[in-house]
Design a binder for this molecule. Sequence first.
Ligand code: ADP
Ligand code: AMP
Length: 224
Amino acid sequence: MSIYRSLNLILLGPPGSGKGTQAKVLSEKYHIPHVSTGDMLRDEVRRGTGLGRQAKAIMDRGELVPDEIVGSMILHRLDKEDCARGVILDGYPRNVAQAGVLDGILAELGRTLERVIVIDVDDEEIVRRLGGRRSCPKCGRVYHLVFNPPRDGKTCDDCGVALVQRDDDREDVIRERLRLYHQKTAPLIELYEKRGLIVTIDGSQPVEGVTGSIIDALGSPLSA
Ligand code: ADP
Ligand code: AMP
């Protein structure tokens, strides 16, 4: 038996701290979807929608897309049936205003936030990680050329498709994203700390070590 009836989690941490990597594993273990506003926006960009065209220039500069755009995306996503037993939020909320919007959405849907997991990694490690990040354009699986390489060094282990580098993983843009993280997103830690929701994890461990620490902190997975 699980200790949770539902499990709504936020993964909080700087870009490159491993939120997407951990969310994929946790989503399979806890049987709840991984919801990433970055992935949703990149999908809009790939499909060439109006929203995607608007977001692309902002994302390439490492800035934040307007709150109303991501707020409306997240409302529609959380309202879907597969999120009823919980969700792993990755990349949302990103500032205090978005945290307020999320509170409103969860209240409206009759849900609660169970935990906010902070993945702690220092800035220089982030620059090393993002410089080597590659991802599969088909399934979104994330690799690192040194820390977590694909078997043949260049194509996705699952899809066989050539891996790509994100347009915003350039050093100048990485520095801007880190600056915005410290200025706009890190204050959320104090906000959620006051509600007793924060669990801090040492994100400098290898991938499996980080996963183990999160699972230890969360307790047993939901039954399937
Ligand atoms: P985020 O979603 O927080 O931006 P990612 O999950 O995309 O971060 O990870 C960023 C990069 O760091 C990727 O290349 C990933 O393979 C690598 N990575 C993730 N977790 C670790 C870890 N614990 N140790 C070393 N590299 C990692
Ligand atoms: P990520 O995949 O989380 O690293 O996000 C990539 C980019 O998408 C960010 O640098 C922002 O430009 C944009 N983005 C993702 N999530 C949000 C959000 N919650 N609010 C504003 N912009 C976002």
